[in-house]
Design a protein around this ligand. Structure first.
Ligand SMILES: Nc1ncnc2c1ncn2[C@@H]1O[C@H](COP(=O)(O)OP(=O)(O)OP(=O)(O)O)[C@@H](O)[C@H]1O
Length: 345
């Protein structure tokens, strides 16, 4: 009965601690927080303090005066700055509790990159406990992504998920609730943005910021030739003249800029298919792979992967929230034994 009551009043949370975005899912409420993983820190004579977090801090990237620093504490899918990550998590969890007028969460599951180290896992655990959780669990991102995408992870059947985030692309083949094969490469949306910045510098002699590059990618980017050609007007600082200049970019140019990064993703997906046990790869051949993460929204990426592998490729519904939703579903449905394995020590 105690357990039943706890379930009734629970405000269990699932947190997708991503390189680009942090999402929080609450049982019965869905996604209750979706903010960029950015923190702005102000340095004063008496120490450092948080000036802004999330979207407010992201707007400050590249625009801060000397005493304020906008930081992305996670890089390439790993925690680059522990202290700031901890602070960010704490502030996000507090925001959720204030907004929903709920007591601190009894249980929190955090979705972490597959290659997170023991030290990183402990840092995450501590920040979650400090923020009021009574129990912290860990689930690997590709597993959460697969659950969120509705794949039958507990069946004796290979399910393949390709999660293209900001810092990394994680590829996993899952069967019987376990990760049978996983590979992570440090290529994701951030690398796409960097490639666009480099392309513009080389071909237009102009400097654009990463936020502009991200907007270009989202508005006209494509991963496969032959689709509708789109254009965008951009303003960048001309390197020779030192003043802002406008120019127009089209989607074929962005495709060219992204070639190298896309080839690395294709290569990693092919590698996963080659290296997984034959029974599982034949399951995947039949049912295809599912794309999750924000990168899955790059136009025609599914087409590129399908052409290159000859397999069906499906973009998950709402790919940006798959991991957070999957973590939440895990918390709701996992057995005591599964929770025990996921408990962060
Ligand atoms: N429409 C779009 N087209 C292309 N890319 C997009 C689109 N929308 C979002 N993205 C990209 O998706 C990335 C963020 O995805 P997501 O939130 O899944 O990553 P993350 O979970 O924070 O990162 P990681 O999994 O590496 O820790 C960003 O690079 C963003 O630019």
């Amino acid at each position: 009965m105690f357990k039943k009551l706890r379930g009734l009043f629970s405000s269990d949370l699932s947190i997708d601690l991503g390189t680009a975005n942090t999402l929080i899912y609450m049982k019965d409420k869905g996604i209750v927080l979706n903010e960029p993983s950015v923190v702005a820190i102000r340095t004063q004579p008496n120490g450092k303090s948080v000036q802004a977090v999330g979207a407010d801090a992201k707007r400050m990237l590249g625009r801060t005066p000397g005493n304020i620093q906008a930081i992305r504490p996670l890089k390439d899918g790993v925690i680059a700055d522990f202290e700031v990550t901890e602070k960010m998590l704490e502030l996000f969890i507090k925001q959720v509790h204030e907004r929903s007028l709920m007591p601190p969460s009894p249980r929190v599951v955090v979705c972490v990159p597959f290659q997170a180290t023991k030290v990183e896992r402990r840092a995450i655990r501590d920040s979650v406990i400090n923020a009021g959780a009574s129990k912290a669990y860990l689930i690997y991102e590709p597993m959460a992504a697969a659950i969120g995408a509705g794949l039958p992870v507990d069946e004796a059947r290979g399910s393949m998920v390709v999660d293209i985030g900001g810092g990394t692309t994680e590829i996993a083949i899952i069967s019987l609730s376990g990760v049978v094969y996983a590979e992570s490469i440090k290529v994701g949306g951030d690398r796409f943005d960097e490639a666009i910045v480099a392309y513009v510098r080389k071909h237009y002699g102009s400097l654009i910021g990463e936020a502009t590059a991200e907007r270009i990618k989202q508005e006209i980017g494509t991963a496969y030739p032959g689709g509708e050609v789109r254009e965008i007007d951009v303003r960048g600082r001309n390197l020779a003249e030192g003043i802002p200049r406008s120019f127009t970019l089209n989607s074929n140019e962005i495709l060219e800029a992204l070639q190298e990064s896309l080839a690395q993703i294709v290569q990693a997906v092919k590698g996963a298919l080659e290296q997984s046990p034959p029974e599982l790869s034949s399951d995947v051949a039949e049912r295809g792979m599912v794309l999750t993460g924000g990168g899955a929204l790059l136009r025609d990426l599914d087409k590129l992967l399908s052409e290159e592998t000859g397999l069906p490729v499906i973009v998950a519904d709402d790919p940006l929230t798959c991991v957070a939703r999957g973590g939440g579903k895990f918390l709701e449905t996992a057995s005591e034994q599964q929770l025990g394995l996921a408990a962060l020590e």
